[in-house]
Design a protein around this ligand. Structure first.
Ligand SMILES: *[C@@H]1O[C@H](CO)[C@@H](O)[C@H](O)[C@H]1NC(C)=O
Ligand SMILES: *[C@@H]1O[C@H](CO)[C@@H](O)[C@H](O)[C@H]1NC(C)=O
Ligand SMILES: *[C@@H]1O[C@H](CO)[C@@H](O)[C@H](O)[C@H]1NC(C)=O
Ligand SMILES: *[C@@H]1O[C@H](CO)[C@@H](O)[C@H](O)[C@H]1NC(C)=O
Ligand SMILES: *[C@@H]1O[C@H](CO)[C@@H](O)[C@H](O)[C@H]1NC(C)=O
Length: 313
């Protein structure tokens, strides 16, 4: 019986790997629905439970950057299979909430496609990354009034000539944040979505990015470059049938198998109501200014500075 199952699973599973790799090379065609694959077969095959142990969720144990690595963290990618967040969570973990689970702090977790959330330093209690600058939030910058009533906000608070809050470090949306649930809507709704995303990107910068020594342009260029292929891979898994919130673990597992440099630090969980997020270990090489998505075991090699020795607390 066991032999029969193995004989069935192994060739099918490796054929799926090939098809998925093929899909990744021509992902634009695939994403336009023109991928001439045997969708039903693929869907069934992708649902073979992938062989990964459970990942920590929703938080990983504190991350150890390493003795000679000053800064480490996680690249946070949203599969889009979560529930709340954004202007208006489309599904609701709490159906008695009258607002449609709008939390106005997180990105929209329920989306037709995956999207990068951000790149975070694992400072205490999440890990022993250092934070090079203070990241006290500017309260004017955290005020969401600008998103909903920009004219009223700009009468009371400083805005530039384009009507953007002066306290925003990022004035233009980085490429990987250009969109909301798919491309921006037309008209006023689209403008609302754009302002929300610009607020959100500035929130990411103030809360996370400022711990580094980079400027926002460099920081977000790296966020987009590092997340791009991974976001596209997750989209291709979703297109091929891993498209339910229960699949978040399987998606994380496939991602770590298809990209040898990916180590899952934690996932947001695979149950109803969670955020559908996948967090990948990463370290920052301060000499080159480059982040690396990598297993923690590779941090010293990729990001270590012999001149830096982490003080023991
Ligand atoms: C860094 O964090 C890890 C995980 O909490 C811990 O085991 C390690 O001792 C810490 N290193 C130092 C030097 O504090
Ligand atoms: C949120 O959803 C409700 C119900 O679908 C809708 O009436 C409302 O306009 C939405 N609000 C925003 C800000 O999108
Ligand atoms: C659900 O939402 C309602 C209305 O906002 C709130 O009173 C209630 O505490 C929420 N329940 C949970 C479990 O979050
Ligand atoms: C946010 O900005 C608006 C408009 O300037 C202001 O009325 C409101 O008091 C501010 N809220 C906070 C919490 O600062
Ligand atoms: C997702 O999975 C849950 C649990 O198995 C199931 O109840 C739900 O109907 C599924 N949703 C879709 C859209 O298939």
């Amino acid at each position: 019986m066991l032999l029969q199952i193995l004989a069935f699973c192994i060739p099918l599973a490796s054929a799926v790997e090939d098809v998925v790799k093929e899909g990744l090379r021509s992902d634009d065609e695939c994403l336009d629905g023109q991928c001439a694959l045997n969708a039903v077969q693929l869907q069934r095959a992708l649902r073979i439970p992938p062989s990964c142990p459970p990942f920590p969720e929703p938080y990983a144990p504190p991350m150890d950057c390493g003795r000679h690595v000053q800064q480490c963290g996680v690249l946070a990618i949203d599969t889009g299979l979560g529930f709340y967040g954004g202007l208006n969570g489309s599904k609701c973990a709490n159906s008695s909430s009258p607002t449609g689970c709008t939390d106005q702090t997180n990105p929209p977790y329920s989306q037709p496609r995956a999207k990068v959330h951000g790149l975070w330093f694992e400072t205490p209690p999440y890990g022993n990354s250092s934070c090079l600058h203070s990241h006290d939030w500017d309260t004017a910058c955290q005020n969401q009034s600008w998103v909903f009533t920009p004219e009223a906000y700009c009468k009371e608070q400083a805005c530039d000539s384009a009507g953007i809050p002066q306290c925003y470090s990022v004035k233009k949306l980085p490429t990987c944040y250009q969109g909301y649930r798919g491309p921006f809507a037309a008209g006023a709704q689209g403008e609302l979505e754009r302002r929300y995303m610009l607020w959100f990107v500035n929130h990411e910068w103030q809360k996370h990015g400022t711990c580094g020594q980079q400027d926002p342009t460099d920081y977000f260029a790296q966020v987009c470059r590092l997340s791009g292929p991974l976001v596209r891979a997750i989209d291709s898994y979703r297109m091929q049938g891993l498209d339910n919130y229960t699949d978040v673990h399987a998606i994380a597992c496939k991602l770590s198998k298809d990209f040898d440099y990916v180590e899952i630090s934690s996932t947001g969980g695979s149950t109803f109501g969670t955020n559908g997020e996948i967090l990948l270990s990463a370290c920052l090489n301060l000499a080159t200014g480059q982040w690396h998505v990598a297993p923690v075991s590779q941090f010293e090699r990729l990001c270590g500075d012999p001149a830096y020795v982490r003080p023991v607390l």
